[in-house]
Design a protein around this ligand. Structure first.
Ligand code: FAD
Length: 318
């Protein structure tokens, strides 16, 4: 079922959902299930599965030589979505990236999603590769998420890359896109970034999921600014509980977001990461309760592969 239908069916009740990251290749998928299982009692109608960009690894050759090779360390997004749908009978949403994929490869992924009965896809540009200082589109790939949305919309109309095909069972994907309450790091201004968001919605995006934020006012202002521009689709807040002391540096560095001083002080006062985890959970509970009271459609949690803290939050909020 489509995310927008889940929201409509909930009739104002806030839903619980979360995002998982595929395991590093070679790992047992059971580890993933062990992290999903404890969250199922909160009835997520959908679970997002991220896609990772390709990266370089070094393979040791004879004579101690190192060979640089490009690889995806966390493949399997669509397969994991199919297994989640099969095992838990909930919707699973693959993240589809522009970066690292040609349009042709994207079409294959979308066709797989259609055959597997996945009703939703999240259309994203992806970040720059770790060895590149800025995002570069794959040759024959998309430069912006808006263009990827356009390809998905075309497919919904039976328009494949090589021709339009008469079809009575075209894929009817519900399309999610990313939004940034504190502005995307490359955007020259908030206003410009909102204009880009509007373009994605105009291109056919059905809902927005936000980057993590720790100050709810930034989310409320972002939603208001989007509504003022005429963006009517649901805007789902993304919540990430702080779990380790180093998050104080990592999160602002990677996601270009601010942390409230009260949270920074509480984390800095912690003796160890066990205490940090507790601070992160308590902060996220307060944040979630305020968002819930404001009537957000879904509270979407970034689990980053570990669910115990998300469970602790969900137990208090749902
Ligand atoms: P876009 O919407 O294309 O925007 C990228 C930048 O380009 C923005 O600064 C925008 O303002 C600007 N822009 C847009 N259109 C134009 C234009 N026509 N001309 C000039 N500038 C323009 N990354 C992953 O690698 N894997 C994931 O699974 C993943 N999941 C995510 C889930 C969520 C909910 C969010 C919020 C982010 C996720 N990301 C993921 C990160 C995302 O890929 C990065 O933030 C990326 O840098 C931007 O992606 P986007 O889809 O927002 O890009």
């Amino acid at each position: 079922m489509k995310v927008t239908d889940h929201i409509e069916q909930a009739a104002g009740k806030t839903l619980f959902s979360f995002e998982i990251v595929p395991p590093v290749k070679g790992s047992n998928i059971q580890n993933l299930y062990d992290n999903i299982d404890p969250l199922m009692e909160f009835n997520p109608p959908f679970i997002d599965v991220t896609t990772s960009r390709e990266e370089f690894v070094y393979i040791e050759k004879d004579g101690g030589l190192l060979q640089k090779q490009v690889t995806r360390m966390r493949p399997g997004t669509v397969g994991i979505c199919a297994s989640i749908k099969h095992k838990y009978k909930v919707d699973a949403i693959p993240h589809i990236l522009c970066g690292g994929f040609t349009k042709e490869e994207t079409e294959y992924v979308l066709v797989d999603c259609h055959y597997l009965g996945l009703d939703n896809v999240m259309a994203l540009r992806g970040d720059a590769r770790k060895d590149e200082s800025y995002f570069r589109a794959e040759q024959g790939g998309h430069t912006f998420a808006k263009d990827l949305v356009g390809q998905i919309v075309d497919l919904k109309a039976g328009k494949y890359l090589h021709e339009t095909i008469e079809s009575d069972h075209a894929a009817d994907f519900c399309i999610g896109v990313a939004g940034y309450p504190e502005k995307h790091m490359e955007a020259p201004s908030m206003k410009n970034d909102l204009k880009r968001l509007q373009e994605k919605v105009d291109a056919g995006a059905d809902y927005v999921v936000t980057q993590m934020f720790f100050d709810n006012q930034k989310y409320f202002d972002f939603v208001q600014a989007a509504r003022d521009l005429g963006i009517e689709v649901p805007i789902i807040p993304g919540i990430k509980p702080i779990a380790i002391k180093r998050h104080l540096q990592i999160l602002p560095q990677v996601f270009k977001i601010d942390l409230p001083q009260e949270l920074i002080n509480a984390v800095e006062a912690c003796k160890d990461n066990k205490a940090v985890r507790q601070v992160g959970v308590e902060f996220a509970i307060t944040q979630s309760k305020e968002l819930l009271a404001a009537g957000v459609p879904v509270l979407h949690y970034y689990s980053m592969g570990r669910s115990s803290n998300i469970r602790a939050i969900a137990k208090e909020v749902f």
